[in-house]
Design a protein around this ligand. Structure first.
Ligand code: MN
Length: 290
């Protein structure tokens, strides 16, 4: 069966996101908020930032801890410098991805490497299965030129950050949650069809232009939660030049206990995490790593 004749997913709901600030005063839009974690399992958060004014980003995200999940940062414009307590450092530039597995815990900072101009990008939080929450932290910088991509006959540029599209394997694969993370650049009048397993939770986020998904218009800075209605693919059409993130994954179906930057399965694990953090164990890991 061709993708074109597959049953297509409809849009269950459009989400506008919530304007907020995080870190040291970075203005951003929280697109995937805590109340959507169960619905969009295994994804815990999506933040979008697009700031022209340095006052809105210059403070960055100074030292802070994480435990129990993965952070995926994708930069569209600007540069961010990363340092963490496991001894990793890197510079995230336009089109690049930083895939960080917090696992058992680390402390890191994400600071702008620029004092003017546009700073634009996304941070996605991907949960880890219960059995992997305490694995050793890991970190990968994936520069733009190392992200697999292809262009369709209609001129749609497809950047495959994670998962697989049209037989092209993405830069990252994950066994339990099987995340799909595509950045689609659609010229005016083009369309794109992507297979998504019916049991996976999926959403699209428009960050330029406007697209049509099964009759629903998804405009700039809007997220469309795709219905789990048996559809085997999603059809995205762009009347004008548009850019869209398409994200999907296999739900874990496990309890989610979040306290700020820590995401575990139970309240007791959160209490233990706070004790470990207060005891300096997150920094101790640093000292050992050095
Ligand atoms: Mn962080």
């Amino acid at each position: 069966m061709s993708l074109q004749s597959s049953p297509l997913r409809t849009v269950e709901r459009l989400v506008q996101g919530t304007a907020t600030s995080d870190g040291a005063g970075v203005r951003l839009t929280r697109v995937l908020t805590q109340n959507l974690q169960r619905r969009l399992d295994p994804f815990l958060m999506l933040d979008a930032f697009r700031n022209e004014n340095p006052d809105d980003y210059i403070g960055g995200f100074p030292d802070h801890p994480h435990r129990g999940f993965e952070t995926v940062s994708y930069m569209i414009a600007g540069r961010m410098r990363h340092h963490d307590s496991a001894g990793n450092a890197g510079l995230l530039g336009p089109g690049g991805v930083q895939w960080m597995t917090a696992g058992s815990g680390l402390i890191h900072s994400e600071l702008p490497e620029q004092e003017e101009g546009l700073m634009e990008g996304f941070q996605l939080w991907l949960n880890l299965p219960a059995r992997d929450k305490m694995i050793a932290p890991n970190y990968r910088d994936i520069p733009s030129e190392s992200i697999p991509e292809f262009t369709t006959a209609e001129g749609v540029r497809v950047r495959v950050i994670a998962g697989e599209s049209r037989g092209i394997a993405g830069a990252v694969q994950r066994p339990h949650t099987e995340p799909l993370y595509l950045d689609l650049h659609l010229p005016a009048g083009s369309h794109f069809v992507q297979a998504i397993p019916p049991g996976h939770n999926a959403f699209a986020y428009t960050y330029r232009g406007a697209v049509d998904i099964a009759g629903s218009e998804v405009v700039d800075r809007q997220m469309a939660i795709l219905a789990n209605d048996g559809g085997e693919a999603v059809h995205i059409a762009a009347a004008e030049a548009s850019r869209v993130l398409l994200i999907a994954g296999r739900p874990l179906g496990e309890p989610i206990a979040q306290y700020g930057p820590f995401v575990m399965n139970t309240g007791e694990q959160i209490q233990q995490t706070l004790r470990d953090y207060q005891a300096g164990l997150f920094e101790a890991a640093v000292v050992q790593a050095r």
